[in-house]
Design a protein around this ligand. Structure first.
Ligand code: G6P
Length: 596
């Protein structure tokens, strides 16, 4: 889960590569590097630095590479093989330093290839699997003299996953290849650009083409597409880049997380404008044209799993369809038969889901923010959440839009399958239509409350999140958000279960965030039991209820107290800021986890 970029431009390549890498930094931020060249140059200018991209930017400013270096590749790394160090940072080079490679993915047979190459005299300078690719290209180039052919011969020997960009000092071009790892390419007149994600290309091109498994693309004076056998391909259908430069800029906000929290009312309204017309009439569901099924399983990880749990409830409660959630990394295909799998993934690239879906034989519907991703290409139907780029590593707006998309689908399925009365569905659709306004109100109320609590809560070593029923996915999401970005332990527990163990951890001042949902009597009973033992109760409840965060609707939809997530996100962010954490790039985490 690294970010890769490449270009062949008439301007200095770093003018594209560095801003593009900064937009891809969510994919990895422990080291970064670029390799630059130009037509007629027989050398590469390579710069690599450990740490955030800013360190590489400083290095580029110091070394001030020649402005004619318009051909380049770049990488931002999230370490999987080998420690975080300069030799392990990409680009990796061949023995002579004339070929440079950036890679995202995992080469499963790297040890075997390395041993063979070493015994043939190749000298390695890093511990990472990706370096074998540079040496394989070197070996093939020596016999064929063509970079694109050398890359083709190299990838034939690889097992695993890859998105690659390769350049060489001797051939003014960049060659791209991909297999189960994302890569897009776009051109404007005579300039060509590539990146792991469309976001890298914002402002440069109006359309991109998404590489498919086995595609090999040569960026030279012209762009040529071939397959693994060398057959010419027509470029894949263009996809419009409908994100503005502004969508990927921080603007007036302190961090991307703050920006993305505040965007939730607007992105939810946009999504509902698209989905609601198909809810009460069942057309949203019918138009997916999925085969009949008896039950649903949601497959997801992290925040998407929590969103899936909220959505599954709508299918159960309103559409009367058995629906459960499964952690994608724990999935084992046991049941055959008529099961619909709904995968939920903001990135559409999560390896745990990709791997689980390989075992699935039935129909797959994907809810995602990346409709051209690996998962989207393999799904039978896709619902695009359309949240725009989410750059903060901790999911915020993508969580909310996943819940909304799941709820709209559940209601529409109930209408299409005749599982609920028309008036009940219309009433729920109306409640869903009010969500953006409720989110906006919750945002405005929660921000100052979270800010005021942050200093005190930053002292606490750990937190509990307690709710019941439809509130539990949000309690779990609140705990995940807080632990991701503050590095405090957090646990989410159904109220009734506290007394069976966890209550022993309550000490004077232990913060317990209570999300009102389900039966108020049991929830309030549990809250007072904890308060009696010294817990610091912070309630998220309806207006006028005396809750610290009075943000919930009086009557919640079957998707549960979604507005409460604004309070939970602000709380997590405010505590992280009070602790001096970088909430956009929390330690050890990446946004798009493409390894198992
Ligand atoms: C990573 C991210 C989480 C995300 C999870 C699932 O762990 O840090 O924020 O929820 O992956 O990602 P997905 O792209 O499948 O939603």
């Amino acid at each position: 889960m690294c970010g890769i970029v490449a270009c062949r431009t008439s301007a200095p390549a770093v003018e594209f590569l560095l801003p593009a890498l900064s937009r891809l930094e969510y994919r990895g931020y422990d080291s970064a590097g670029v390799a630059l060249t130009a037509r007629g140059r027989d050398a590469l200018h390579t710069m690599r630095a450990v740490g955030r991209l800013a360190v590489l930017e400083d290095m580029v400013a110091m070394e001030s590479p020649s402005p004619d270096l318009g051909i380049g590749i770049g990488h931002t790394r999230w370490a999987t093989h080998g420690a975080v160090s300069e030799p392990n940072a990409h680009p990796h080079r061949d023995c002579g330093g004339a070929i440079a490679v950036v890679h995202n993915g995992i080469i499963d047979n790297a040890d075997e290839l390395r041993a063979r190459l070493q015994s043939g005299g190749h000298r390695f300078s890093s511990e990472v699997d990706s370096e074998v690719i540079a040496h394989l290209v070197e070996e093939a180039y020596a016999s064929c003299g063509s970079l694109v052919e050398a890359v083709r011969r190299a990838v034939h020997q690889l097992r695993g996953t890859w998105a690659l960009a390769v350049t060489s000092a001797n051939s003014a071009e960049v060659v791209l290849a991909c297999y189960r790892s994302p890569l897009v390419v776009g051109s404007s007149e005579t300039e060509h650009f590539a990146g792991s994600d469309m976001i890298a290309m914002i402002g440069r091109v109006a359309h991109v083409h998404v590489l498919q498994d086995g595609d090999i693309v040569e960026l030279a004076d012209h762009v040529s597409w071939t397959d693994m056998k060398g057959n010419q391909l027509t470029p894949r259908s263009p996809v419009t880049v409908d994100w503005d430069a502004e969508d990927a800029e921080i603007g007036v906000y302190e961090d991307f997380m703050e920006k993305e929290i505040s965007e939730q009312p607007a992105v939810s309204a946009r999504l509902l404008d698209r989905l609601l017309p198909g809810v009460a009439n069942g057309l949203l569901w019918k138009n997916l044209a999925l085969p009949s099924f008896r039950s649903i399983r949601f497959l997801a990880c992290g925040s998407s799993l929590n969103a899936a749990a909220a959505a599954a409830r709508v299918f159960r409660d309103v559409a009367d369809i058995p629906a459960r959630t499964i952690i994608a990394s724990e999935f084992e295909e046991k049941v055959g038969g008529e099961v619909l799998t709904i995968a939920v993934s903001q990135s559409g690239e999560t390896a745990d889901i990709v791997s689980a879906l390989r075992q699935v034989h039935g129909p797959v519907l994907l809810i995602t923010n990346a409709p051209y991703s690996t998962l989207a290409r393999g799904a039978d139907a896709v619902i695009d959440c359309g949240s725009g780029p989410e750059i903060g590593v901790a999911a915020t707006k993508t969580f909310t839009t996943q819940v909304i998309a799941g709820a709209a689908l559940g209601l529409s399925a109930a209408a299409a399958l005749g599982r609920s009365s028309g008036s009940e569905i219309s009433q729920q659709a109306l409640a869903l239509a009010k969500v953006p306004d409720r989110l906006e109100a919750a945002h405005l109320t929660s921000f100052p409350v979270a800010h005021a609590l942050a200093g005190e809560l930053a002292q606490a070593p750990g937190f509990f999140f307690v709710s019941r029923g439809a509130g539990m996915p949000y309690a779990t999401e609140g705990a995940l958000k807080l632990k991701e970005i503050t590095y405090r332990w957090c646990d989410a527990i159904p109220a009734g279960e506290l007394k069976h163990g966890s209550i022993s951890l309550i000490e004077d001042g232990t913060p317990v965030v209570v999300i009102d949902s389900g039966s108020p009597v049991r929830l309030h009973g549990a809250a007072s039991e904890m308060a009696t033992r010294g817990a610091r109760i912070i309630r998220i409840g309806p207006e006028g209820s005396g809750a610290a965060f009075p943000v919930l609707a009086d009557v919640e939809g079957p998707w549960g107290p979604l507005e409460g997530v604004l309070a939970l996100q602000h709380l997590a962010r405010s505590v992280a800021v009070a602790l001096g954490r970088d909430c956009d790039k929390p330690r050890n985490l990446a946004k798009s986890v493409t390894v198992l």
